[in-house]
Design a binder for this molecule. Sequence first.
Ligand code: IPE
Ligand code: IPE
Ligand code: MG
Length: 249
Amino acid sequence: MSAKDKLNLQQIPQHIAIIMDGNGRWAEQRGQERIFGHKHGVESVREAIEGAAEIGVKFLTLYAFSTENWNRPKDEIEGLMELMIDAINNEADNLNKNNVRLRIIGDTERLSERVKNKIKEAVDKLNNNSGLTLVVALSYSSRWEITETVKNIAIKVKNAEISIDEIDENLISESLKTNFMPDPELIIRTSAEKRLSNFLLWQASYSEFAFIETLWPDFTKETLFETINEFQNRERRFGKTGRQVQDDK
Ligand code: IPE
Ligand code: IPE
Ligand code: MG
């Protein structure tokens, strides 16, 4: 029996976010260059998207490149950017057929013109789709996002568009780059590392975390379904007691 058959389809998370980690180690285990792992990671991206779409997930956010990843060796960064362009070229039609919408979050100004143009082309092409929204965090970090948001709110206060009293949690959420999506119920990180690495700090306030051992290039739909199964067996209490949660059901 596949892990998919065990899922409670009434309780599929609306938003799953994945920190795709372990490509370098996967390649090293095979005596290969790191980029070999990144290449294989593209297949896992396809698995994750297809799996999420199959079970009706609304938003899938993939952490593809962090602000801190700009500190990697130049040839690895260039290899990753080339892979990104190839992946968009190869996958755009398929995403379109599957009714997938694409959004990018991150400091895209730091990307090359070529990468920026390619992304824009793909976002425009998929813009009218209404199925799964694929969110790619690219040149993203949560502290960068929050800093930008604070600046934007400060400008509004300065221009007397809003008063300080109007600043509340909702206004902050609505002012973030991620304002088009709900907070992720589930954040998965592969490769057994147990940290957020500057990912969705605000949005993860009440997320469930799954730190799984699988290295990203080994991640399949089945891995996704197994992880969601485990998530569905948890009790999310949001500060209440277990008793209250049971009574509310
Ligand atoms: C994740 O794999 C991909 C990116 C961060 C771009 P890594 O490249 O971090 O792989 P490890 O962690 O070194 O194994
Ligand atoms: C986090 O992975 C960023 C992405 C998955 C894109 P890293 O492998 O760069 O994270 P750290 O530096 O080990 O925490
Ligand atoms: Mg890593």
